[in-house]
Write a protein that binds this ligand. Structure first.
Ligand code: BG6
Ligand code: MG
Length: 214
């Protein structure tokens, strides 16, 4: 029986990918690097500093900057990203998510968050979901970011369950790979996983039951 659900945040609970893209694009264009939406797909689920390194590699500029300069650049991006989130609220919760979370709570199914985002607690508060999540795994507390499984393992530990008791929901290849490498059952939103859904609208207790019986 499934006793817990581990959510990714960006792309599953709310669509912040577009704001990450705007903020990275503005930073990159100052360095003469033009990002494409296709390249942006590769950044989904990837921690902040690693994302910057991928962008610099993409623009053949990785050798130009020191680690310290890269951290300053990542901070500049994050400040802009936070400004773009200024008006984020309940209306930005992806379709079906709040209802699904409420149904999980009614069934006493625990909810964990496994997001690479250090902004996750603030974003959940803005969305009015802060109190509904039982445990938010801190990306700074784990050694390796996605596609390593560490954050999913930490989120599961935080809700006092074992990997076999939970399923995870992701929208990014890096996140599905993370779940696969710790044998967590997975639902993919528009991405291949143990079960692939086209939209968050399709999430339900019945869908979870399908995975439970697999
Ligand atoms: C993930 C996003 O959820 O969080 C990535 O998909 C992002 O695009 C990562 O880089 C880190 O987020 P933040 O908010 O700490 O910069
Ligand atoms: Mg995501």
């Amino acid at each position: 029986m499934i006793k817990g659900v581990i959510f990714d945040l960006d792309g599953v609970i709310t669509d912040t990918a577009k704001f990450h893209y705007i903020a990275w694009n503005n930073l990159a264009s100052k360095m003469g690097i033009e990002l494409t939406e296709e390249f942006n797909e590769k950044l989904k689920g990837i921690p902040r500093i690693e994302s910057l390194k991928l962008i610099l590699e993409y623009g053949n500029a990785i050798h130009i900057y020191s680690e310290e300069e890269m951290h300053e650049m990542a901070d500049i991006k994050n400040e802009e990203y936070k400004k773009l989130l200024k008006n984020l609220d309940k209306k930005d919760i992806l379709p079906g998510i709040e209802d699904f979370i409420n149904k999980l709570k009614e069934k006493n199914i625990k909810i964990g968050l496994a997001s690479a985002s250090k902004n996750a607690p603030m974003i959940l508060e803005k969305l009015g979901l802060g109190k509904k999540i039982d445990y938010i795994a801190d990306p700074d507390a784990v050694k390796n970011g996605k596609p390593a499984p560490d954050i999913f393992i930490e989120a599961t530990r935080g809700i006092n369950l074992n990997i076999d008791d939970v399923i995870g929901i992701e929208d990014a290849d890096a996140g599905v790979e993370a779940m696969r490498s710790c044998n967590m059952r997975s639902i993919g939103i528009n991405v291949d996983a143990d079960l692939r859904l086209e939209s968050t609208r399709e999430l339900s207790l019945d869908i979870i039951a399908i995975l439970d019986n697999k």
